[in-house]
Design a protein around this ligand. Structure first.
Ligand SMILES: [Zn+2]
Length: 361
């Protein structure tokens, strides 16, 4: 109902927006995006502790032994009341430290006297070698330290993991975030899509960060022109219809790759259909080589190239610079670190999968 009312109220605005697309295409886009991902993204976890000795899901990129170790990590976190963002951080950390293998003391082939899933060291007070060889004990020790790290739920995964592990290779944690998210979703029925900082599982709402580490870039948006529609095959993102000056948030933690004006009128005020380029815009590189792009900001972005941003951090404000005929956020998601059109994927689907839907509900 609310959606229908909104759609009607914004119909005239939609006519003005989204360069190049007819109004019918925009409205079609609303329908098209509605059902293809619903099954994949509909669930945000089941309120039930994972049983590592029960039947476990299968994923193509990890084997049964690794899945069982991941199940132990998640079940320990659940028993301790650690919210689901911690499950993802725990699994990603163990992926980096041991590839989810319960490693014995490998002697000189290993880093110091490190043992087990989290490569904790007896000499550093983590426990006896026998204790650290027990995956449940090792996981409990990890989470006991994690929950004491101030603000760990909002930190980039790397920072949270590093605060516990003090690794010599801190940057390595983040690259495991997407697989860890997949594993947690498989074990818990979509738990990585739940509000990341609450123990009671429910889908993250707009403005919240999901356990996956993702959040919607703007609140209260209606999805206008969609991704590569029949009418606009070259449209590499979606147009999110929101009021001018609405804050734009980094969709996940990452590093700013681009922060500039790209427009034939040099972003002097609003652009138009005859102006080329995406206006004031930002590209951010996230864990797992995902890139997000935010176009048509009203002013110079609030972030600079090379800057590290947290999930949800304000990076600019909605406007209409560049090839645009009304205020909106043109938002793109690219995989494999490929910022060209070859790397673009449907942002509506991607964001729903990570528990941060673009449209308010
Ligand atoms: Zn667009």
């Amino acid at each position: 109902m609310r959606r229908a009312v909104l759609a009607a109220a914004l119909a005239s605005a939609l006519l003005l927006l989204c360069f190049g697309g007819a109004a019918s295409a925009l409205l079609l886009g609303l329908e098209d995006d509605g059902d293809s991902f619903t099954l994949a993204s509909g669930r945000c976890g089941i309120q039930q502790t994972v049983d590592p000795d029960g039947k476990l899901p299968q994923l193509s990129n990890i084997d049964a032994d690794q899945m069982r170790n991941a199940a132990i990590i998640v079940s320990v976190a659940q028993q301790m009341g650690v919210p689901p963002r911690g499950w993802v951080i725990g699994v990603a950390t163990a992926l980096q430290e041991s590839w989810l293998r319960n490693l014995p003391d490998l002697g000189p082939r290993n880093d110091h006297d490190s043992i087990g899933l989290f490569q904790q060291r007896p000499s550093m007070g983590w426990g006896t070698p026998e204790q650290l060889q027990d995956p449940a004990y090792a996981a409990r020790k990890f989470f006991e330290k994690l929950v004491k790290v101030e603000g760990w739920q909002r930190m980039p995964l790397t920072d949270a993991a590093q605060a516990v592990q003090r690794s010599a290779y801190p940057d390595a944690y983040a690259k495991h975030e997407p697989l860890a998210t997949q594993i947690v979703d498989a074990l818990t029925g979509g738990g990585a899509r739940a509000a990341g900082s609450e123990t009671h599982l429910r889908c993250a709402s707009q403005g919240e960060i999901a356990a996956s580490g993702w959040t919607a870039p703007v609140k209260g948006a209606l999805v206008g022109s969609g991704f590569r529609t029949a009418q606009r095959r070259d449209h590499q993102g979606v147009d999110l219809i929101v009021a001018r000056d609405t804050p734009i948030h980094a969709a996940a933690a990452g590093e700013v790759l681009v922060s500039m004006c790209q427009a034939t009128d040099n972003c002097v005020g609003d652009g138009g259909v005859n102006v080329r380029g995406c206006g004031w815009y930002v590209d951010i590189l996230h864990a797992g080589n995902v890139i997000t792009r935010y176009c048509h900001m009203g002013h110079r972005p609030q972030v600079r190239v090379g800057q590290t941003v947290a999930a949800g951090q304000v990076i600019g404000y909605v406007g209409s610079t560049g090839h645009s005929s009304g205020p909106h956020l043109h938002f793109e998601v690219h995989l494999n670190g490929d910022g060209h059109k070859t790397g673009a994927v449907d942002p509506v689907r991607f964001m729903a999968d990570v528990g941060a839907p673009l449209e308010s509900r």
